[in-house]
Write a protein that binds this ligand. Structure first.
Ligand SMILES: NC(=O)c1ccc[n+]([C@@H]2O[C@H](COP(=O)([O-])OP(=O)(O)OC[C@H]3O[C@@H](n4cnc5c(N)ncnc54)[C@H](O)[C@@H]3O)[C@@H](O)[C@H]2O)c1
Length: 397
């Protein structure tokens, strides 16, 4: 088995989750990490036994012993630093959302093609027992002709930082670009796009809101200026539609989970039970159909199937989470799910909602590239001087 050597840029909250997953995959070595915050970097490298640490990402990119670099930075640094990673000839794994705007995400995808390296975006809801079963039902035509999808994400009150979890950069358009749609919305939208084979978007309408009160001290520190609620309606080719509601905070009861509807069947995701996937409880996918004219609902026990498959398919684990998939791709064991394309179309949809909200009208898909503006950070002050990131267009094929 080929050893895969990884370098990480950014050692904040999500980087801990990445390392936890890498540690479970045999033959993965975490060889270097980078963060501007020296105390965080030291604690991180000490905790995980990572031998090399640097504050300046350019030093990490100058190494010639890395198979891939994992970018765990704030959204508006995804494009400039991921493109620098790829320009250095390195395969790049980047956190979601793909970038801070659609325009920046397009530049990332072009860079991957131009520098002929692999790019993978963390979209963790494309994997796991429920998703694998849903994909199988769609591929086996159990839904018939799919005509509508619902992308739902609910938190009663769970805005990052102001409601107590995560760092303040999540709430600022300068660092994050946008809010709930970029944080949780991208997972739910991308999951449905993948199930529908990433259909071409025709037009989008939507609105975003920030209406609920929050801790005023924390509002001031974070500069909260992103949406806590995003809603949208997307029209694709072939009369297919998708409605979206994504809440970080709302006065209302829990929404149902995302669902997909065809003329012969429908499916709906359910909350996964606590504990590791496939253990800690029965995990089910809901499937709706008709038996002899009677509306019928089945609960597919997907936890049992995941366990069984793991014993007979050597690559089964590569479809259980995003990191395992990435390592399988780097080893050449599996064909990659096209996460850059799925993430890019997800960015197009989010951008359409933001533009529709701003312009107070429906937006056609082919208007979006022209109207989209780069949100990428251009400059960053550090203890070792100013880091300059090239301005847009920072990548031209
Ligand atoms: N926090 C979560 O639960 C969560 C979940 C899923 C995805 N994400 C995604 O992960 C990304 C990071 O979020 P986070 O919560 O880990 O943020 P964080 O603030 O905890 O960590 C970001 C780290 O990047 C470092 N950093 C900033 N600029 C840098 C630079 N130029 N070079 C090196 N280091 C630099 C910061 O010092 C910080 O330690 C975001 O895109 C977010 O959407 C976060």
């Amino acid at each position: 088995m080929k050893t895969i050597r990884i370098g990480l840029i950014g050692t904040g909250i999500i980087a801990h989750q990445h390392v936890a997953k890498y540690k479970k995959i045999p033959g993965v070595e975490l060889v270097a990490a980078c963060d501007l915050n020296q105390a965080k970097l030291d604690a991180f490298c000490d905790q995980y036994g990572i031998p090399d640490r640097v504050a300046d990402y350019r030093l990490l990119l100058s190494r010639d012993d890395l198979d891939a670099v994992d970018v765990c930075l704030h959204n508006n640094l995804h494009a400039p630093i991921s493109i620098a990673v790829m320009a250095a000839g390195k395969n790049c794994y980047c956190e979601k959302p793909m970038a801070g705007s659609y325009k920046d995400a397009v530049a990332m995808k072009k860079a991957a093609d131009h520098f002929n390296v692999k790019l993978h975006i963390q979209l963790n809801m494309l994997y796991g027992p429920q998703m694998n079963a849903a994909k199988k039902l769609v591929e086996k035509n159990r839904l018939g002709m799919i005509y509508h999808a619902r992308s739902y994400g609910y938190r009663r009150r769970g805005r990052p930082y102001v409601d107590g979890y995560a760092e303040k950069e999540f709430d600022s358009s300068y660092w994050a670009g946008h809010g709930a749609l970029y944080d949780m919305g991208v997972y739910h939208i991308s999951q449905l796009l993948y199930l529908m084979d990433t259909p071409a978007v025709k037009r989008i309408s939507g609105s975003v809101y920030q209406e609920l009160a929050m801790d005023e001290g924390r509002r001031k520190i974070s500069g909260f200026d992103v949406e806590e609620l995003g809603v949208g309606l997307v029209h694709f080719n072939n009369n297919l539609t998708l409605d979206i509601i994504e809440a970080w905070a709302i006065h209302g009861g829990a929404f149902p989970l995302s669902s997909l509807h065809g003329n012969e069947g429908g499916l709906q995701f359910t909350e996964a039970p606590a504990g590791p996937q496939g253990q800690g409880g029965r995990q089910v996918l809901r499937y709706f159909s008709e038996i002899e004219g009677y509306p019928a609902e089945s609960l597919l026990d997907v936890s049992a199937e995941a366990y069984r498959q793991s014993k007979i398919d050597p690559n089964h684990d590569c479809y259980q989470d995003s990191q395992a998939h990435w390592i399988g791709v780097l080893r050449g064991d599996i064909k990659p799910i096209d996460t850059p394309e799925i993430a890019l179309q997800t960015m197009l949809i989010s951008e359409g909602i933001f533009l529709s909200n701003q312009l107070k009208r429906e937006i056609a898909a082919d208007e979006i590239f022209e109207l989209s503006q780069s949100n990428a950070v251009k400059q960053q002050e550090t203890d070792f001087g100013t880091l300059d990131y090239p301005g847009y267009p920072f990548f031209e094929a």
